[in-house]
Design a binder for this molecule. Sequence first.
Ligand code: SER
Length: 323
Amino acid sequence: MERILVIGANGQIGNELVTALALQHGADNVIAADLGPRNPFAAAHYEAIDVLDRRLVARIIDTYGITQVYQLAALLSVTGEQAPLKAWSLNMDGLLNILEIARERNAAGKPLRVFWPSSIAAFGPGTPQDNTPQQTVMDPTTIYGISKLAGERLCQYYFSKYDVDVRSIRYPGIISYKSPPGGGTTDYAIAIFHAALRGEPYECYLSADTALPMIYMPDAIRATIALMDASADRIAVRSSYNVAGLSFNPAQLADAIGRQRSGFAITYAPDARQEIADTWPHSLDDSVARSDWNWQPRIALAALVTDMLANVAVVPQEVGQAA
Ligand code: SER
């Protein structure tokens, strides 16, 4: 029986992951954790913890007999640029705390499986942008991307040196409607739906032809759980796996929305986020994830647009803290 701790549970991914894990393992076996007050979670348990407080996290892991930790607390690319030192400390020390706890537990014969998200932000201007390979040049320019690349190396290090069972995905931009996005460069692809549903034109902060890898949340959750459920001998990559959903640019997304909401209009006013997006891949080669643990995306653009338009609630966009 697994007992699962999700840190960063109030964030865009955490929120939906908790629901999926509670369905799979039973609400009593899922412990949601974040800084703030509890969201209305599917999990039976909630703990207000700061991932930077290693002793407290270790105590929670012991108290509940945790066997798997998802460490999702992070500052993303845009919020990270506003507070680089805070982003570095949260993103790196948060991961290190969990890896250290897992190392200690391994030594004590109580292994802990760890999930940690990397990102397309770990790539940079020297990376081939089309069909970006699993193994390639990685020269990130944002503090977020630098923390992701360093984190990937730490994951590999803790696996090689201490046999920590850590697993990771380089998430593309994640599109979802249940919680507001948290300060990322790819978030235009969510904000655009809110404008469409308000019946307003959308002013996009990226240029029309800025293609980026994206994934719809149900595919992202499925990939995450499939990776965590795969037997250890299938996991050849201990840094982080490329996982692709679909790729499109703002003009293509606006066009797909326009087919389902006639009259929808988009304008373009690129800002500093354009410079970040310009250093990221256009599309990913995820063949290693496909062959290692049978990854296969399911949701294509038209279906994504239909589902988003049916489910997005018209709420103001917020910038939050958790990934
Ligand atoms: N969605 C993230 C961002 O835009 C990328 O991992 O920062």
